[in-house]
Design a binder for this molecule. Structure first.
Ligand code: ATP
Ligand code: MG
Length: 347
């Protein structure tokens, strides 16, 4: 069986370091491993509209931004198909047919959607499109017969839902669809990177992000005002690591080799943590180190972005080309689906 990747992001803003450690970095490694037959990376504009129906301009303007983030992180259009969801109208058709295989009570149990509904203050006025977006995500994944979906752990319920739809479709109609597997980051800090405010998830919608394209000065300011241990008041006080966002970010980004260059009094992160817990290590020093660690990773990405930004039409052309290719693949699956459902009257 072919090894196929599908994953993507909502164009509700530029991409942040949570996306980077949760999914983007992994995608680039998988792409360059040469182990995958096909890789599809989707900008989920139709999904973004499910909770931004009144703000199409926001979604539109972020298409190129997300594509720039992709390519500056190393996604290569020669190796990965980068495409825009709404161009592939077959996905909407699949969603409609899959809806018959999912109950309202099943959708209501999805913990990620539940917390997003709360977060957005929808109460009882939840847009139907938003409520059902896990079905549309199942369509995105299965249209490409994806075997592997690299995502952060907030996406686990979506993959589970997709697997259920596949099983239900295949047993009701015919063995057409492929059950996808989730690929989570192996580092716990990366599965769901917290926001700079210490909240459980860095998320565009919560405004607690460090964006890949933030200026070094903005990144420095964000790090300096980051949430640490509220009881660590004087330098000599012992500090806590649990819930201390600065240390969570170091867990996500720090490599021990970086100490030699930026903080030579220590050899490894474990030593730094122990000193913090004993007392005698100030937050500012740790934050300055985190800044260096983060910039080490982001500086080359930002340099590539500046180059790519010079030619936006070329970036849009990459998406157009990828979208045409994605549409062809999805159309093949849709016709198999319609055949299995016995609604292929004129073929
Ligand atoms: P929105 O607030 O609009 O939902 P978001 O910041 O949650 O935006 P998405 O586009 O929904 O971002 O997520 C895209 C991908 O990035 C998903 O695979 C998701 O798991 C991953 N991801 C998003 N935020 C984080 C995070 N803080 N830590 C790890 N992975 C993340
Ligand atoms: Mg999200």
């Amino acid at each position: 069986m072919k090894k196929i990747i599908l994953t993507g992001d909502r164009p509700t803003g530029k991409l942040h370091v949570g996306h980077y450690v949760g999914s983007l970095k992994r995608r680039v490694e998988l792409q360059n491993s040469g182990e995958y037959d096909e890789i599809y990376i989707m900008i989920a504009d139709a999904q973004a509209l499910t909770d931004n129906a009144d703000n199409p301009e926001k979604v539109r303007s972020n298409i190129a931004e997300v594509a720039l983030d992709y390519m500056s992180c190393g996604l290569d259009p020669e190796k990965s198909t980068l495409f825009v969801q709404s161009y592939v109208s077959e996905l909407t058709e699949l969603t409609f047919y899959y809806s018959n295989l999912v109950t309202v009570s099943r959708l209501k149990r999805n913990p990620t959607v539940k917390s997003e509904i709360q977060q957005r203050g929808f109460h009882s006025s939840i847009p139907v499109g938003f409520f059902t977006y896990p079905i549309s995500q199942a369509a995105d994944i299965t249209a490409f017969k994806a075997t592997t979906v690299p995502v952060g752990d907030d996406q686990l319920p979506m993959i589970e839902q997709a697997r259920e739809i596949v099983r239900s479709f295949n047993s009701t109609y015919a063995e057409v669809l492929v059950e996808p597997n989730v690929l989570l980051p192996d580092n716990k800090a990366c599965m769901r990177l917290p926001g700079t405010d210490g909240k459980a998830k860095m998320s565009k919608s919560l405004g607690n992000c460090i964006y890949l394209s933030d200026t070094p000065e903005d990144i420095r300011k964000k790090i300096m005002s980051m949430y640490t241990d509220p009881d660590h008041i004087r330098i000599e006080d012992p500090g806590k690591l649990e819930g201390n966002t600065v240390f969570t970010y170091l867990d996500a980004f720090c490599q021990d080799e970086l100490f030699a260059e930026y903080l030579p009094e220590y050899h490894c992160l474990q030593e730094l943590k122990e000193h913090y817990q004993r007392g005698g290590l100030g937050d500012v020093k740790v934050k300055k180190f985190l800044y260096s660690v983060l910039m080490e990773e982001l500086a080359p990405i930002q340099a590539r972005r500046r180059e790519l930004e010079k030619d936006i039409p070329a970036v849009m052309e990459v998406l157009h080309r990828g979208s045409r290719k994605a549409k062809e693949t999805a159309a093949r699956t849709l016709s198999e689906v319609k055949h299995a459902m016995k609604i292929d009257y004129f073929d």
